[in-house]
Design a protein around this ligand. Structure first.
Ligand SMILES: O=C(O)CCC(=O)C(=O)O
Ligand SMILES: [Fe+2]
Length: 314
């Protein structure tokens, strides 16, 4: 406890005002000034510590510096950041005019409309309502038919047979293909390659993430990874977000991880984030804290042998 610098013995002979207050005389003014000075210093010190803490947390705390590449509220016509390519592509067959020579990441909010995102999300909702993981992460793959159910996956097409036409419509598949085409063109343009040299590859899938605790390894979506290592055939990864960060869910931001710096993409319905799939783009997804996050991972390869077709309504 701070004192004004006088011992109880010093105070013993001091004249007292009513209320037991020490009278303000010249002899006591100096210690009171010391007290004020101390108070001022403490307040200033506390403010400085608070400002430091705020700055530290806004920079990502002990994760290192965090830069937001795309805020949830902004509408980006297009942002592209070039990064040096990793050597990951050297150990794979090279397809000139397609395999990444220019690497990087881009974000655009103007290729897919909010309305298209809403309609694409309805497809995901319909499909995923037929199943869903016991843990926090469910997937629906319209190409293979894979759908999370409990702790496993079922093949939606085998399970429903012809009845699948009562779930999805021809229009759903048309929209899905149109969106895929627009994303493919965007990637080709950003990396200076021909769109026809890119092939859709697997897995291309919808994801639905909530804050339910993971039950199996499939629910653990938050680990840092390199898509080319995880999925093999990927050369270019894209993500189309179907819900809004902080309106529909919290947590769940996409993070590009680099030494000393993290760069985040805040999901926003209609936002397309795309990047070369090698370790120049190591990334993770933050754990979702509340709400539900929908997205589609749309992957492209340069190797026609690894290409897959658009899903068809049969
Ligand atoms: O949903 C996301 O933001 C990222 C998903 C992802 O990293 C992946 O599918 O490989
Ligand atoms: Fe990934």
């Amino acid at each position: 406890m701070p004192t004004d610098g006088r011992s109880p013995a010093d105070l013993a002979g001091t004249p007292r005002l009513p209320g037991n207050r020490v009278r303000s005389t010249k002899s006591v003014r100096a210690p009171r000034e010391v007290q004020r000075k101390w108070l001022r210093t403490s307040v200033l010190g506390a403010c400085a510590v608070l400002a430091g803490l705020l700055l530290w947390s806004s920079m990502g705390g002990d994760d290192g510096v965090t830069e937001v590449l795309a805020h949830r509220g902004e509408i980006l016509p297009g942002r592209f950041i070039e990064v040096p390519c990793s050597e990951d592509y050297d150990s794979h067959r090279r397809f000139e005019g397609c395999s990444p020579r220019k690497c990087g990441r881009g974000i655009t909010d103007t290729v897919i409309t909010r309305d298209e995102a809403q309609r694409i999300r309805s497809i995901a909702e319909k499909g995923l309502s037929l199943g869903g993981s016991d843990g926090g992460a469910s997937i629906l793959d319209l190409h293979s038919g894979a759908l999370s159910v409990g702790k496993h996956f079922v093949n939606l097409y085998r399970y429903f047979g012809d009845k699948i036409q009562t779930v999805f419509s021809e229009e759903d598949f048309r929209l899905y293909r149109d969106v895929r085409q627009k994303v493919q063109l965007t990637i080709a343009q950003a990396f200076g390659i021909s769109a026809s040299s890119l092939y859709l590859t697997k897995p291309t899938f919808f994801s639905r993430i909530n804050s339910t605790e993971a039950r199996t390894a499939h629910d653990e979506y938050w680990h840092a990874h390199v898509d080319k290592v995880t999925y093999g055939s990927f050369d270019y990864t894209s993500l189309l977000y179907l819900s809004d960060y902080l309106d529909d869910f919290s947590g769940g931001r996409f993070v590009f991880m680099e030494e000393g710096a993290n760069r985040t993409v805040e999901p926003r319905a209609g936002r397309v984030s795309f990047f070369t799939s090698g370790s120049e783009n190591l990334h993770r997804v933050e754990k979702v804290q509340w709400g539900t996050r929908y997205a589609v991972t749309i992957a492209f390869t340069c190797n026609p042998d690894h290409g897959i077709a658009d899903p068809v309504f049969t």
